[in-house]
Design a protein around this ligand. Structure first.
Ligand SMILES: Nc1ncnc2c1ncn2[C@@H]1O[C@H](COP(=O)(O)OP(=O)(O)O)[C@@H](O)[C@H]1O
Ligand SMILES: [Mg+2]
Length: 190
């Protein structure tokens, strides 16, 4: 699969024994998003996997590392939680934490204004979307920069990541450097 800028990127998988291990992955993704947001108009992260697999746990850690200061809760009922972050360099990052679990048909994406919101950013702001149950968008949000799939495993959770753009690839490379006692690298490609 190729991504927004046509670059097929690297892949990796980790076993996370605890929510802490998963949060360490999330923090690395959040820091990566912060770096990439400086010169990208938009970034899209897809989070898939069964209920309770840890999508919100990972997203909350990513958002905190990206700079969201308020506590992050699951957007399951509201579908979209928006946040605004000011970077040190004076740039604004608009963040949408989305959960499409309850989305029944793709017309609801239009009602949420997600596609429009993703295309029409205000001024110089970067728009970052983290989308839980991304598969329910059925391709209508375009290819993600980074796709994550989480599943239950004997020892906690298994997280596989695939980058589909240059930004996604850089974020994934920084994720591979994360050292945490409850995180084990299982697989690497590219
Ligand atoms: N690696 C892990 N090992 C064990 N439990 C975990 C792990 N990661 C997350 N959890 C726990 O599993 C639950 C996952 O919930 P959540 O993140 O809301 O999942 P989802 O958003 O995928 O439905 C939380 O209670 C969290 O503390
Ligand atoms: Mg969730």
């Amino acid at each position: 699969m190729t991504g927004p800028d046509g670059v097929p990127g690297p892949a990796a998988a980790f076993s996370a024994c605890s929510a802490d291990g998963l949060a360490a992955l999330g923090r690395a993704i959040g820091r990566g998003l912060r770096d990439e947001s400086v010169d990208r108009p938009s970034l899209l992260i897809a989070l898939d996997g069964e209920l309770g697999a840890g999508k919100t746990t990972l997203a909350a850690a990513a958002l905190a590392a990206l700079g969201v200061q308020s506590p992050v809760t699951s957007p399951t009922y509201g579908l979209v939680h928006p946040y605004t972050i000011s970077l040190d360099i004076g740039k604004t990052v608009e963040v949408l934490h989305v959960d499409l679990y309850r989305m029944r048909h793709s017309g609801e994406l239009d009602e949420l204004g997600l596609q429009d919101g993703f295309q029409y950013r205000s001024g110089e702001a970067c728009r970052v979307m983290l989308v839980e149950w991304f598969e329910n968008a059925r391709g209508n949000l375009g290819p993600p920069d980074l796709s994550l799939h989480l599943s239950h495993a004997d020892s906690g959770r298994l997280v596989s990541l695939r980058a589909n753009s240059g930004s996604g690839g850089r974020i994934l490379r920084s994720v591979r450097k994360v050292a945490h006692p409850e995180l084990e690298a299982m697989y690497e490609a590219n």
